[in-house]
Design a protein around this ligand. Structure first.
Ligand SMILES: [Zn+2]
Length: 306
């Protein structure tokens, strides 16, 4: 059943409408949320497939799944990361305010709608610059509650952030602080869809539904993820501007000192910087957009030795 979560009139005679698809009935409730950033589309595939799969076999569902495919519908339809009318990153507006500006009101209505769910899964897709292996990001303060759930989501890794790096104005932080467990998924790359990642996450979602007693058909087994803290993640940044040409593949195992790629100068035909891996481990984030500036993030490696 399609429900309107919030409607706000716009100046041009149109309305901003955020909808959810509610499948199932009473009992436990899981929210699957995506499209907060209008340039991140990986979650669109997951929302589409999840709705189809649940509606195909409704007798197996015990409880209710709410799918919110587009928290920022104007952003998605205009290929804009933020909210187009106010140029705001929507994931910096939570928990919002029912008496506040339009963006604060929208945020507050969304929190009101999702509050009390047994679990929320907030799907993101990096940005247009970096490709990410499917991962769950949780902060250390919520790890006791969230880690056992995150392990069932069939993602390649779980990155547990230190408390100091937690952003308090995100949807996930706001929901977790009011006792609604919320997992943040990051996977793929902005403005693209990677169906294999979507299918991987769908397997995880059904595994979680089964774990919560909400799905009584057999589910596929999930692969155990690598669990990591900030300390095991190494960053590689550009020291020079130019064009990044990778020489290692995303998802590869790399050795410390191995070349990840070069920053090239197309005018002179020279190499400005050779980028070497600072650690041995898994290349789980890799720059996809070739133009880089001094300081641009090129890669992240998950591994022990640094
Ligand atoms: Zn995002």
């Amino acid at each position: 059943m399609i429900k309107e979560v919030v409607r706000v009139p716009l100046a041009v005679g149109e309305d901003l409408v955020i909808q959810r698809n509610t499948i199932g009935g009473g009992g436990k409730r899981v929210c699957v949320v995506t499209g907060t950033h209008g340039d991140e589309l990986e979650g669109q595939y997951v929302a589409w497939r999840l709705a189809a799969l649940l509606q195909k076999e409704p007798a197996h569902l015990r409880g209710r799944v709410d799918i919110y495919p587009a928290l920022n519908p104007l952003g998605i339809s205009t290929m804009t990361r933020g909210m187009p009318l106010c140029d705001l990153d929507m994931n910096r507006t939570f928990p919002g305010d029912l008496r506040g500006s339009m963006s604060e009101y929208v945020a507050a209505k969304l929190i009101e709608d999702m509050a009390g769910a047994d679990l929320c899964i907030d799907i993101h897709a990096s940005n247009i610059f970096l490709r990410e292996l499917p991962q769950v990001r949780i902060n250390v303060n919520t790890a006791d509650t969230l880690l056992p759930l995150a392990k069932r989501l069939n993602m390649n890794l779980i990155w547990i952030h230190a408390a100091a790096t937690v952003l308090e104005s995100t949807l996930a932080h706001s929901l977790n602080s009011i006792g609604t467990p919320t997992l943040v998924v990051e996977m793929g790359i902005g403005m693209r869809i990677s169906p294999e990642y979507g299918e991987q996450l769908l397997t995880g979602i059904f595994s979680l539904l089964s774990h919560l007693g909400m799905w009584d058909a057999p589910v596929m087994p999930v692969a155990p993820p690598i669990v990591s803290s900030d300390g095991a993640v190494s960053f590689v940044n550009a020291d020079q501007p130019g064009l990044f040409f990778p020489s290692s593949h995303h998802h590869a195992h790399v050795e410390a000192g191995q070349e990840l790629g070069v920053i090239a100068d197309p005018l002179t035909g020279t190499v400005r910087q050779r980028l070497l891996s600072p650690a041995t481990g898994l290349l789980f984030t890799l720059r996809e957009y070739p133009v880089v500036y001094e300081g641009s993030l090129i890669a992240r490696i998950l591994g022990g030795s640094q």
